[in-house]
Design a protein around this ligand. Structure first.
Ligand code: JFZ
Length: 440
């Protein structure tokens, strides 16, 4: 019994490198400073143009899905153009789906034939991709799906397109997850060896429990150990089902919603990145019309930063390899806003509690420069009241034109010429006309 216990604890402690909080903070610093990245979902589903889960949603079998492979030919693909658009939008890193749930690989993997080089396009997409983005100074991350609807050894479970097909289910007897686990390790070794320094890894996803898959199915601890060995600086998400394992993840990934407040674990604020779509689906969806407005997206970026998080905003390129014009328009709008306001995003985080949030405002704060950014979401008439700010402000200005904003501190309650306010309040004297780079 003693021997068993020792082996077990050795195994656990030998598994994952565990850093001090300061070491982890330093490793993530570029990323928490960046705040804004581009997610790209691109694959065979881009031809269907009706959601990246189309194979699952419509229970499409492999032979029917083959038409997308046979017609895959993104002739207009030009990653330089993508990288420029990301840069102009103010994005500092990019995360590309190297393989999504459908199992199709955007690189020339040795371990499968189900890859871009065997389609009519016939060329590797990934190398030009990483080179183009790095040329623009944009860091490169990879999304890799743990789920695989094409691999013959991936057992059919509740997220598999063939889950209701009794005959297909029977094939589970011959499917060997050991082989699939090795496949993941082989592919991640390729991805993390042949493309230079990779800055982020987005693994997707675990769904433990009945008819699902979790850390035992992926061999998550050994997988993460391998990842850390190949790319010691890489930032890894939290979808390996290792939430309680020390060193088991770097950041949380609230998806398609905005957390009420900065997410915590045992009361400690943790790094987080929310990934969001323009229109609901991640893959290119021609007939989806629920597109968010530029203002909504700008506000989303501010709100994320104001809660200490990152925004990974998704684009789903078309099957010809270009961004949809609806995406272009939004990226342009974000870039226009960022031109004047990026200082309130990069290097910024949640403001200290000592600064109360005025109505209809969001606060971001740069701890290095000691600057507080008040994002005024609804332009008030002339005065903005800042409760308890007396003595805390040296100088105030508008961000769009650096024009001074004069302010009064109400030291004697009730004595102000136009307003009654508390003794410790500051009243900003704003122009009547809303500056045009302010949202909405
Ligand atoms: C996953 C994918 O299924 C989806 O297609 C897309 O790639 C997205 C970024 O990630 O979707 C998820 C994964 C995890 C959760 C929800 C949706 N989750 O943990 O709630």
């Amino acid at each position: 019994a003693l021997l068993l216990l020792m082996v077990h604890s050795f195994k656990l402690s030998a598994q994952l490198p565990v850093e001090t909080p300061a070491q982890k903070k330093a490793r993530l610093q570029w990323w928490t400073d960046a705040r804004f990245g581009m997610f790209i979902h691109w694959g065979l589903y881009s031809l269907a143009a009706r959601h990246e889960w189309v194979k699952n949603y419509e229970r499409i079998n492999d032979s029917t899905y083959q038409k997308y492979f046979d017609n895959y030919n993104p002739d207009l693909y030009n990653p330089e153009e993508w990288a420029l658009k990301a840069k102009q939008a103010g994005m500092k890193y990019v995360v590309l789906t190297t393989k999504h749930h459908e199992g199709f690989c955007l690189w020339d993997s040795k371990y499968t034939d189900y890859k871009v080089t065997n389609t009519p396009y016939g060329k590797d997409l990934l190398k030009p991709f990483v080179e183009a983005f790095r040329r623009q100074g944009i860091r490169v991350g990879f999304y890799y799906s743990l789920i695989d609807w094409h691999h013959p050894d991936f057992t059919i479970d509740r997220v598999h397109p063939m889950r209701d097909n009794a005959a297909a289910r029977k094939t589970n007897a011959t499917r060997d997850m050991n082989k699939y686990r090795q496949y993941i390790k082989n592919q991640l070794t390729e991805l993390l060896t042949n493309y230079g320094k990779i800055d982020e890894l987005f693994l997707d996803f675990s769904y433990p429990g009945n008819d699902g898959k979790g850390h035992e199915d992926w061999d998550s601890e050994n997988l993460l150990k391998l990842i850390r060995k190949l790319q010691p600086q890489i930032i890894v998400n939290d979808r390996l089902d290792l939430s309680n394992v020390p060193g088991g993840w770097d950041y949380q990934t609230p998806e398609q919603f905005m957390p009420q407040e900065w997410p915590t674990v045992n009361g400690v604020k943790v790094p987080w990145e929310t990934c969001q779509t323009f229109s609901g689906s991640w893959g290119y969806y021609r007939d989806e019309y629920s597109w968010k407005s530029i203002n909504q997206l700008v506000e989303m970026l501010i709100e994320t930063t104001s809660k200490g998080g990152n925004l990974l905003l998704n684009v789903g390129p078309t099957a010809r390899g270009v961004f949809d014009e609806r995406a272009d328009e939004r990226l342009k709008g974000l870039g226009d806003w960022m031109k004047f306001n990026e200082r309130s995003i990069y290097g910024c985080t949640q403001a200290p509690d000592s600064f109360a949030k005025p109505d209809n405002c969001l606060l971001t704060y740069n701890p290095k420069t000691n600057r507080l950014y008040i994002h005024v979401l609804q332009w008030p008439f002339k005065s903005l009241h800042l409760k308890g700010y007396a003595g805390k402000i040296r100088y105030a200005q508008l961000l769009n034109d650096a024009s001074e904003v004069r302010f009064t501190t109400n030291t004697t309650p009730g004595s102000h010429t136009t307003e009654n306010s508390g003794a410790n309040d500051v009243i900003l004297d704003l122009p009547v006309t809303k500056p045009n780079t302010v949202i909405p």
